[in-house]
Write a protein that binds this ligand. Sequence first.
Ligand SMILES: NC(=O)C1=CN([C@@H]2O[C@H](COP(=O)(O)OP(=O)(O)OC[C@H]3O[C@@H](n4cnc5c(N)ncnc54)[C@H](OP(=O)(O)O)[C@@H]3O)[C@@H](O)[C@H]2O)[C@@H](O)CC1
Ligand SMILES: [K+]
Length: 471
Amino acid sequence: MSRLDARAVAGGTSQTSLIERAARSCVRVIRGRYTRRPAAVLCGPGNNGADGWAIARLLRAADWPVTVYTLTPQKDLTGAAGQVAKGSGLTAEPLRAFRPEAAGLVIDALFGAGLSRPLVGDARGALDSLAEAAVPVVAIDLPSGVDGATGSVLGTAARAEVTVTFHAPKPGHLLSPGLGLRGELVVTDIGLPQDAEPDAHWNGPCLWTLPVPERDTHKYARGAVLVFGGPRIAGGAARLSAHGAARIGAGAVTVASPEEALDIYAAHLDAIMVKPVTDAASAKRLIEASKAKALVIGPGAGRTDATRSHVLAALETRVPIVVDADALTVFEDDPDTLMQALHEKAVLTPHIGEFGRVFPDIQGDKLSMTAAAAARAGTTVLLKGADTVISTPSRVPVINTSGTPWLATAGAGDVLTGAIAGLMAQGLGAHDAACAGAYLHGLAGQRGGRGVTADDLPGLLREAGRAVATR
Ligand SMILES: NC(=O)C1=CN([C@@H]2O[C@H](COP(=O)(O)OP(=O)(O)OC[C@H]3O[C@@H](n4cnc5c(N)ncnc54)[C@H](OP(=O)(O)O)[C@@H]3O)[C@@H](O)[C@H]2O)[C@@H](O)CC1
Ligand SMILES: [K+]
């Protein structure tokens, strides 16, 4: 954003006119959503504060009762904030005097993109009291305290009802905890150049295309998936993956079952085939015999030597594969072996706990962690959560927020794993399959809503897939 800003200014647009456009777009949003009421505008020392001063001026001109509270004494303001404050004809109160309960609406313009360290002192006090209050908050660019690049909170931040940002969403709007603090996100156009390559994409159907079968296809051409199943009492996870793969459009799905669990799998599955597997050699034979175009290993697999040897055997075939859950955890003591065996047609789908087991030394924010993991694995890594991040070497990382808290339910991840494999079997590459799978899975969860279970998700996945345009 600062590069775009600089280009706009170099192209003859003044900083103050950008601020004016930003403020006008905020006021449009505010007046479109709230009736006239006493507004408190909290202004910081930088351009975010300058936006606040301009918003205050425009609201006052629209006959709103407005009080500006400034962190830096008004006479000491410099730069754009000083200029816009001066031109506003308004006189501010010190931020220390701010009491949220006296306002009908609070405009949070303390800090935006320029936040550089944790909040302390008066800024922290004001936002802490705001966080406790029931008054609606409109955040300008970001809820102050949220780091726009990572979504983390530096010190404190108050939850906004609406956040108005300019030009494009920022990672901080899409990554937790920023995701949960920004409320409704409104992106306005302030006339900045449109041609910049972003540091991250927000996942959606414009990034990938769902495969559609040819007219003269058959079930194997539609995509065959082989799911490695676990022991008798843990078979549900693999079955959920198998249904996920089938319901996203794979034509033939088989569960590879240990001999002792064959009867249970067979009794539970109709459209899904069941075949026995014993050792690594039989796993390889089955991958060939089932004509698998994608594999799933991990859900309910068990943290056993068998799982470990099946993972390595499966990776040796270089058939596209999703490696999840126990298939990651079994390499906890020896992640290098997994890293060496991986190839670029693999997708790893860890939650944060599993991530820590295979990438114990990788820390930081979610975007950089996932990127570092993808670089080491040499393939796609999908780090699950309310904010799922998908990273593939030399691709722009993707943030998925299509989910819902109702997806935090046992087995939901197993369906996602199957869905990604189902898409790979239909011809999508690892990165696109991970992105499309995560998006549709989130949409399925949304359609399910309260009380959705993992058993519901495959059916909902089918509806979600139908709702997304196909080529
Ligand atoms: N094209 C665009 O992008 C457009 C952007 N626009 C707007 O500009 C905003 C970005 O403006 P910005 O760069 O001036 O940064 P901003 O967030 O106001 O803060 C910087 C100031 O805060 C200070 N400071 C930092 N942390 C602090 C702390 N913890 N505690 C105390 N102080 C702290 C910091 O001081 P320093 O770190 O230098 O000591 C500096 O003085 C952006 O969010 C959007 O609203 C629009 O106007 C239209 C066009
Ligand atoms: K702000």
